[in-house]
Design a protein around this ligand. Sequence first.
Ligand code: NAD
Ligand code: UDX
Length: 445
Amino acid sequence: MHIAVIGAGYVGLVTGACLAHIGHRVICVDNNQTKIKRLQRGQMPFYEPGLKDLLKRHCKLKQLSFTTSIVQATKESTAIFIAVGTPSKKDGEADLTYVEGVAREIAQAMDSYKLIIEKSTVPADTGQRIRRTIQMNLPLRFRKGGVATLEFDVASNPEFLKEGSAIQDFMHPDRVVVGVESVKAQRLLRAIYAPLKATMVVTDIRSAELIKHASNSFLAMKISFINAIAQICTLVGADVVKVAEGMGLDSRIGRPFLDAGIGYGGSCFPKDVDAFIRLSEKSGYHFNLLKEVRQVNDEQKAAFVRLIEDKLWIVKGKTVGVLGLAFKPNTDDMRNAPAIDIIELLQHEGAKIKAYDPQAMANAQKILKDVHFAKDPYALAKGCDCLLLLTDWQEFKKINFQRLKKLMKHAILFDGRNLYHDENLPALGFEYYGIGRRVGITKKE
Ligand code: NAD
Ligand code: UDX
């Protein structure tokens, strides 16, 4: 099928590349000219494992192309995915300015049947609004007395990919959710996804929109739940890693998303939890449970900083080395990374910050002030009073701690992701603090 994907960001590019990979002819659109020029030259706007090769391969095979023109993409395609950003407004509500703008541009370019699919995460009722926007903006010759004479469909197809494993998630989804209001739209979406052989959930548009918000909020809730348990573990002297293992083996609970740490970050959970709270409030339901999820997440970062302050006693003038900056491993994405808040809180207390991340340093440099960026973990450790592990990159598991210890002023490690929970760092002479584990597991124990 000829498919357009509008918005060449994390979701749009992965969607475009993967749809091309399963046999469709895809045109990706973005209104950022520099981004499109770079993509046409084979340069990536961000780091996502495997994506560069996939884009290169399908561009070469002419299955995939890039443009800044929504008009061209609309004319060439039967199905059009909208994958532009839906950032938060000040009150947490999703800002749908980009979605509305794109819907208008698509409508103005339409001259035959189109299936317009919302891929962006949007509040329930956006599908109806897109439909109305398209009706109102069709070329005059397709509007008779306020009624559209050109056939089109709107559908919802929320995306569940995770950054860092986006291609794997897209190609092997747990389910594909489609919200449709016609048999034709359903048939087209089934044809688009048929090569994936995935379980498809077909529903009305509003339910599909809600499935996305409910899923993200539930996962955020799972993380906040285990983080609250971690706080209790610290207080009573239990080990949250073991508690998560014991809980997770219950098939009704499941082990994924029960890793306690410094809280969730990224471009989705914080924004989508806020948006769902606002959406519910506007609809007349006060989603206090979700407000608590957000509160626990904020508190997790503050509690981590309090632990560091307690153990260092005086933070002012101390050199703190930060291992990992990205909001999660295998990405260079710094959007809402917990590292930003933690570093800024420590800087406020007078700490000197050094940092290292395998991929995210270029993005971090645009956000963080007065941070010395090191070229590897050993250069980072040199002269540090303590180290903080803030992103659980697997390559940090390979660090030579004996070498690291010799370089540090004081061998103290605060492990914000429990990455080293199964390693005996105290035996190597480190004062080691994890999350939700016994406070003060030191070399003496
Ligand atoms: P992004 O910011 O990385 O990309 C959005 C792109 O849209 C940008 O390149 C921007 O230039 C482009 N754009 C904006 N207005 C445009 C216009 N008028 N015409 C053409 N292009 C335009 O965003 P993202 O992370 O890919 O997220 C997109 C949507 O998908 C959001 O609603 C998000 O919540 C949702 N989502 C994101 C993820 C994720 O992991 N990032 C996962 C699932 C769902
Ligand atoms: C999330 C959803 O998982 C995905 O389905 C949706 O499409 C987009 O939002 P993403 O933000 O890319 O994906 O990454 P995810 O793996 O969900 O991690 C989000 C945050 O939660 C990260 O900061 C991560 O470190 C944190 N996290 C995750 C935990 O703290 N504990 C966990 O057990 C899992």
